[in-house]
Design a protein around this ligand. Structure first.
Ligand SMILES: Cc1cc2nc3c(=O)[nH]c(=O)nc-3n(C[C@H](O)[C@H](O)[C@H](O)COP(=O)(O)OP(=O)(O)OC[C@H]3O[C@@H](n4cnc5c(N)ncnc54)[C@H](O)[C@@H]3O)c2cc1C
Length: 400
């Protein structure tokens, strides 16, 4: 069988791979790009949310075809503070990403429902025996555990609830920490997709990856009942256990992966160390790739390594905050750190989520009376946290 050929092969068409495909189609239509995804639907079954202020120039236009919902601002609630914030909030769904990528790439350039079994800097072998010879390959197959890194976990389970009557929320509730604190910092996250449809996620910043899905379903039902919502059905469900990075050995992480091919997304550790979100970095990196003159396998690998290594260096402050959150605050007192954070000026909060904190922002975050004991904070800076390698044991009862 003759190999198929292309300028760029994207292996794994989830969030990062899908965005690279969209960016290339938009800004480098001269290139033949093939995207390979083992699932039938590009992006799987996900809701990815972000603040509009997270995105770089040209980012908004890039993601626009995949955006499923937009809101003008959001709310947070803590025991001692509630606040309305103005940053617009957006959600992308897998279905929208799938149709956007399919509309952007020419027919025959998307191979879905087939696993890639071998990936090199210039070729991809598929489980059905086909091979693809590419000028360059970008590995965006995702990452589950980070064995060379340490920290804690952000774990959650969410359901879209269909209600008998309107819930009355106009904007997302990004954190409602007025819930019983257990298993670390706990909050509920709500996205009002329509007047009678609301996505409710029970989230924990926890020391352990274990997730008891039946228990979390009950907690979501309890939360809905306390809001006075009468649930008719749960339409969609997702769960995640994401590494929250406190420290790590980036060089060892890079050496261990991908057989020399370039990498994107979580496979390149392009995540915000404290929130574990990757969408803003995936957009930035996808746009960066479109500016490269040389997309040959080895050059692309060097470019992705340089980008990811810089991102790792830029994440130092956020990793330090992770160490303080997990190491200094008693698990049930972690909410105080977030409550204080949400008292800071809104532009600082926006830059924080975008991973673009200035030096002045960093000093401001650390200034004032700390919500955790100073001695514990100092000790936490020396510690490294738990290894982020044992995710296999994380999801109990099957992840959506
Ligand atoms: C439930 C959940 C919700 C999240 N919500 C958000 C959010 O709201 N905002 C945010 O910024 N981040 C969110 N994250 C965190 C992170 O951004 C996501 O995990 C994101 O999907 C990571 O992007 P990625 O492209 O690296 O990996 P993925 O999106 O997982 O994409 C990897 C793709 O590679 C495919 N693949 C794997 N192996 C092969 C193979 N051998 N051959 C072919 N294809 C293969 C997979 O099927 C998958 O589609 C969430 C994570 C989870 C788990």
């Amino acid at each position: 069988m003759q190999p198929e050929t292309c300028d760029l092969a994207i292996v794994g068409c989830g969030l990062a791979g899908g965005l690279v495909a969209l960016a290339m189609a938009r800004h480098r239509p001269d290139l033949r790009v093939i995207a390979i995804e083992r699932g039938e639907i590009l992006g799987g079954d996900h809701v990815w949310s972000f603040f509009a202020s997270d995105l770089p120039e040209r980012g908004d236009a890039l993601v626009a075809p995949a955006v499923a919902a937009r809101w003008d601002g959001y709310e947070v609630h803590f025991p001692g503070r509630s606040r309305d914030l103005a940053a617009p909030y957006r959600s992308i769904t897998s279905r929208k990403l799938d149709s956007a990528v399919r509309a952007a790439l020419p027919a025959g350039c998307i191979i879905s429902g087939v696993e890639a079994t071998a990936v090199t800097p210039a070729s991809v072998t598929l489980a059905d025996g086909r091979t693809i010879a590419a000028g360059g390959v970008i590995d965006a197959r995702g990452a589950h555990a980070l064995p060379h890194m340490a920290g804690g976990w952000q774990k959650f389970m969410g359901q879209t609830l269909r209600l008998a009557a309107p819930h009355g929320l106009e904007r997302p509730v990004v954190m409602d920490a007025r819930v019983e604190q257990m298993d670390g910092y706990r909050f509920v996250y709500c996205l009002p997709f329509s007047p009678t449809e609301i996505f409710v996620e029970d989230t924990y910043y926890s020391d352990t990856p274990a997730l008891d899905l039946p228990l979390l379903r009950r907690r979501i039902a309890d939360y809905a009942a306390r809001q006075g919502w009468q649930v008719e059905s749960a339409a969609y469900e997702e769960a995640g256990v994401l590494p929250v990075i406190a420290a790590g050995d980036f060089a060892a992480f890079w050496r261990a992966g991908s057989g020399g091919a370039a990498r994107a997304g979580t496979r390149a550790a392009l995540v915000h160390p404290l929130t574990s979100y990757s969408l803003p970095d995936a957009v930035r990196f996808a746009l960066h790739l479109t500016t490269l003159d040389n997309l040959s396998g080895s050059s692309l690998e060097r470019a992705s390594h340089a980008w990811a290594a810089q991102h790792w260096r830029d994440g130092r402050f956020y990793r330090m905050l992770t160490r303080m959150l997990f190491g200094a605050a008693r698990p049930e007192a972690r909410w105080r750190v977030l409550e204080r954070f949400y008292g800071l000026p809104e532009p600082l909060i926006e830059r924080f989520y975008a991973g673009r904190s200035t030096l002045a922002d960093k000093l401001r975050v650390l200034a004032g009376k700390p919500p955790v004991p100073v001695s514990a904070a100092m000790a936490s800076l020396i510690g490294r946290g738990r290894p982020l390698a044992d995710l296999g044991a994380g999801l109990g009862g099957g992840a959506a």
